[in-house]
Design a protein around this ligand. Structure first.
Ligand SMILES: NC(=O)c1ccc[n+]([C@@H]2O[C@H](COP(=O)([O-])OP(=O)(O)OC[C@H]3O[C@@H](n4cnc5c(N)ncnc54)[C@H](OP(=O)(O)O)[C@@H]3O)[C@@H](O)[C@H]2O)c1
Length: 308
């Protein structure tokens, strides 16, 4: 089958023929229609995560899939051949930039019927991340206030929509070019980070969702009310002591695959509460171009790669 692989840390993505992965008893064989790029894909390729996620070389890239089930493992319930599904597969079970991928059934959910495969493939990793930051970690409640950094990015654009669905008031940071776009996603307060300081404009917030880290994280503690919390998806954890001094909480977490959460996200997509935001679409043959575009850090929403 055709797949986009990396032969050594730091080398470019190559599209070539490799053997189709073998079906496992707890898994689905999915014929991939579309996948998408996440910044972590470039980090993995560069070798930044080899300590926690050592990969056999060559490996097939990619962490999001939307496609159709062609085989079902003997222990699987709830899926059948022909089902359209989407998933963020576990670890590097097998990469999604390929004509077929093997995914644990517990990591998959039925694709929202109203979304194309390209749209569905744009959601799993970023929507699970946003869900887990706001619901599992942040316990965001109706009437609370949340600041979401980088509202125009893959994670931020879905996080705004989930936070609004939860009934929260949402402030977000972006550059002037994307102000109208994040407002259309539902943000109540939009802060142009190039000309405005968010810490001068929002106060007494319940939650900050930090997708940027560094100085932005450090400056964010001051917008929280006492007892408020900052959830970050940017390692390493903060050891500055500022959060403690201000009486707020700070945590870094890594998202985890979950078919059950993806099913809930899929329902929200079917109800029109989460609308995928796709910036650019590439074909599998141009996988490296898709990686380069993501690495520019300027994507508005997601970078999608169509396979079938
Ligand atoms: N820990 C985890 O489990 C986990 C999971 C998912 C993602 N992540 C990490 O989270 C980060 C965000 O992921 P993503 O998929 O959303 O990335 P992305 O789609 O590549 O983000 C690009 C967006 O970031 C915006 N941006 C850049 N600098 C900004 C700033 N200073 N203030 C506000 N917006 C800014 C850009 O908007 P402008 O062009 O307007 O600047 C652009 O729209 C990445 O570092 C990724 O590796 C971690």
């Amino acid at each position: 089958m055709k797949a986009a692989i990396v032969k050594a840390y730091g080398s470019k993505v190559e599209v070539t023929d490799i053997a189709q992965p073998a079906l496992l008893d707890d898994s689905l064989m999915i014929e991939v229609h579309a996948t998408s790029v996440n910044p972590v894909d470039n980090l993995i390729r560069a070798g930044y995560l080899k300590g926690m996620l050592p990969l056999p070389m060559p490996y097939t890239v990619g962490n999001d899939v939307s496609g159709v089930v062609t085989q079902v493992g003997k222990d699987v319930v709830g899926f059948k051949v022909g089902d359209a599904v989407f998933a963020r597969p576990h670890g590097m079970q097998s990469g999604t930039f390929a004509e077929y991928v093997v995914v644990k059934a517990v990591d998959a959910a039925h694709k929202p019927a109203n979304l194309s495969h390209a749209e569905a493939a744009s959601l799993p990793l970023v929507a699970l991340t946003a869900w887990q930051a706001l619901v599992n970690k942040g316990n965001l409640q109706s009437g609370q206030k949340v600041l979401i950094h980088a509202g125009s990015g893959g994670v931020g654009s879905v996080a705004i929509q989930i936070a609004k669905h939860l009934g929260a008031t949402v402030a977000t940071t972006t550059s002037s070019e994307n102000v109208a776009m994040v407002r259309a996603l539902g943000a109540d307060t939009v802060i142009d980070y190039k000309s405005q300081k968010f810490e001068d404009l929002v106060h007494d917030y319940d939650l900050v969702f930090d997708t940027l880290g560094g100085a932005t994280r450090e400056r964010s503690y001051g917008v929280l009310k006492k007892g408020g919390q900052l959830g970050s998806i940017i390692a390493p954890a903060d050891t500055s002591g500022t959060a403690e001094k201000l009486g707020v909480k700070s945590e870094v977490f890594f998202m985890w695959p979950s078919g059950a959460q993806l099913a809930q996200i899929g329902k929200l997509a079917e109800q029109g509460r989460i609308k995928p935001l796709i910036d650019k679409t590439f074909t599998l043959d141009h996988a490296q171009d898709a990686f380069d575009y993501s690495q520019s850090g300027r994507a508005k929403g997601k970078v999608v790669v169509t396979v079938k």
